[in-house]
Ligand binder design. Structure first.
Ligand SMILES: C[S@@+](CC[C@H](N)C(=O)[O-])C[C@H]1O[C@@H](n2cnc3c(N)ncnc32)[C@H](O)[C@@H]1O
Length: 273
């Protein structure tokens, strides 16, 4: 898939996620976001940026960590996700947070203007993640830190069949590099190649809880990388896909719903002084 098409698929696929994302993904993503924020160790008064901030689940926590003497900027490709983030920030009276629509590969922000840049579960969707990592460095002040979280190894993510199931029906790969950054030392190597020092990496195994078949299906298809393809399938194709996906996660069914294994990788690097 060419890069411009991939950006469109992501932008409008994530617009579709805006209304359902927090309910479907807040719980399952919390362990990765907790680790990301722990490794970022934000201090009151810091100026911080989140790229691919989505509905602001992490951005709002960053705002609480740096407090009103700090400054927080959230950027994302999807206006729908940003609208959710902005509304929630206003409701929580987080006045030191602003949101702007931007591709993580080319940030419209000045050089050396932040103390910390985070990217929580966004780099897998970007056509050129190396460019997005270089941008994280460019906007950091000397000695500033970047922390990025991605999904881990494909074999440790029990929901991974969602991609081949959809790809087989659209004759393309909707998110070709999805598991690349979480495989082996790829994320560490990319941070080092972009110029970061002292790169530390942590890998965690988690269980993603979904209470019912409906919840598991909504989380997989309603918004996000496969949502554009899914929205164009007829009802028969949707039924087929649901059946194939539920078969692929059948081993993780329990009396309380689904408990699907997942893995996250979180890496932190320091921009040279
Ligand atoms: C899984 S969500 C993560 C949102 C948030 N950071 C969190 O942890 O909940 C992925 C986000 O990446 C955004 N995204 C995808 N491609 C992007 C790009 N090229 N530039 C900026 N954001 C992008 C999507 O719009 C979506 O909001």
């Amino acid at each position: 898939m060419d890069a411009r098409l991939q950006l469109r698929v992501q932008r409008y696929g994530w617009d579709r996620a805006a209304a359902v994302y927090d309910a479907a993904w807040r719980g399952p993503l919390t362990p990765a976001q907790d680790l990301l924020l722990e490794m970022a160790a934000l201090d009151p008064g810091e100026e911080v940026l989140e790229t691919a901030c989505g509905s602001g689940l992490v951005t709002h926590r960053m705002a609480r960590a740096v407090g009103p003497s700090g400054r927080v900027v959230g950027t994302d490709l999807s206006q729908g996700m940003l609208d959710e983030a902005e509304a929630a920030a206003a409701e929580a009276e987080l006045e030191h947070v602003t949101f702007q629509r931007m591709n993580a590969e080319s940030l419209n922000l000045p050089d050396a203007s932040f103390d910390v840049v985070l990217c929580s579960l966004g780099l897998m969707y970007v056509p050129d993640p190396e460019a997005a990592i270089r941008e994280m460095g460019r906007v950091l002040r000397p000695g500033g830190r970047a922390v990025a979280a991605v999904w881990g190894e494909r074999s440790r993510c029990g929901w991974a069949e969602v991609f081949p199931i959809v790809d087989a029906r659209v004759n393309t790969e909707v998110c070709p590099l999805f598991f690349q950054l979480g495989t082996g030392d790829t994320l560490k190597n990319q941070l080092e190649e972009a110029g970061f020092h002292g790169v530390e990496v942590r890998r965690i195994q988690v269980t993603l809880p979904f209470a019912s078949q409906e919840e598991a299906l909504e989380a997989a298809f309603a918004g996000g990388p496969v949502a554009m393809a899914y929205s164009r399938f007829d009802l028969g194709t949707r039924d087929e896909i649901h059946e194939a996906y539920l078969d692929s996660i059948a081993a993780f069914r329990t009396p309380e719903g689904y408990r699907i294994p997942g893995e996250f990788v979180v890496a932190r690097g320091v921009w040279p002084r």
